[in-house]
Write a protein that binds this ligand. Structure first.
Ligand code: IMP
Length: 197
């Protein structure tokens, strides 16, 4: 089954390819000749995911999915949330984003956080949403060099290693994105079987 994944983030494309497996052929934005930055200006991650999927659908007419993720920190009233990528500025600097989170939290004892991913799928002209969540806490400092974004300061519930200390395979067993994509995969496989695609 061929689908456009509305992303040019190589980390993500690698993650999602390993999650979805061989039954799916994923095309990136580059593969379908979309070079511009798709606007992400909605106030909710659901809205951003849908806006990206619709943008690609309108340009290509192909089945497409888009994801949007936010790190939601309880003591910061859900921030950085929908602003996760650009929390410390337009240049999407992960180290600066991490520094900002750690400095806003200071020595606060409430470090409860969660990653939340929403996937918007446009499949055979209909729209669907899938959500994945992983609960955890924000560490006092940076731990690990793997992964991307806020991985080095996110400690998943019940674990001793941050996402930044985990191999991708281990992260994929529990991550927000993996959970949302499992739902997407299940949906697609069920529908592909039914439609004999
Ligand atoms: P996006 O919507 O997937 O592009 O994610 C928005 C921002 O959230 C990214 O730029 C990262 O800063 C952060 N983020 C998303 N997923 C992850 C993850 O798995 N680990 C760490 N940070 C993430």
């Amino acid at each position: 089954m061929t689908l456009v994944f509305a992303s040019n983030n190589e980390h993500k494309i690698k993650e999602i390819n390993s999650l979805l497996g061989d039954s799916f052929k994923l095309l990136s934005l580059g593969d379908v000749n979309i070079r511009e930055d798709i606007p992400e200006e909605e106030p909710l991650i659901e809205g951003n995911a849908l806006a990206k999927a619709r943008f690609v659908y309108n340009a290509t007419g192909m089945d497409v999915f888009a994801d949007d993720t936010g790190l939601e920190i309880a003591a910061l009233n859900g921030l950085p949330g929908v602003h996760s990528a650009r929390f410390a500025g337009e240049n999407k600097d992960s180290s600066a984003n991490i520094r900002k989170v750690l400095s806003m939290l200071g020595s606060s004892e409430n470090r409860i956080a969660r990653f939340r991913t929403v996937i918007a799928l446009i499949y055979e002209k209909k729209e669907f949403l899938f959500e994945g969540v992983v609960n955890g806490t924000i560490t006092m400092g940076i731990k690990g060099t793997k992964g991307f974004g806020y991985d080095p300061i996110f400690l998943p519930e019940g674990r001793i290693h941050t996402f930044g200390e985990m191999e991708l395979e281990e992260k994929n067993t529990i991550s927000h994105r993996a959970r949302a994509f499992e739902k997407l995969k299940e949906f697609l496989l069920r529908n592909a079987l039914t439609n004999n695609k």
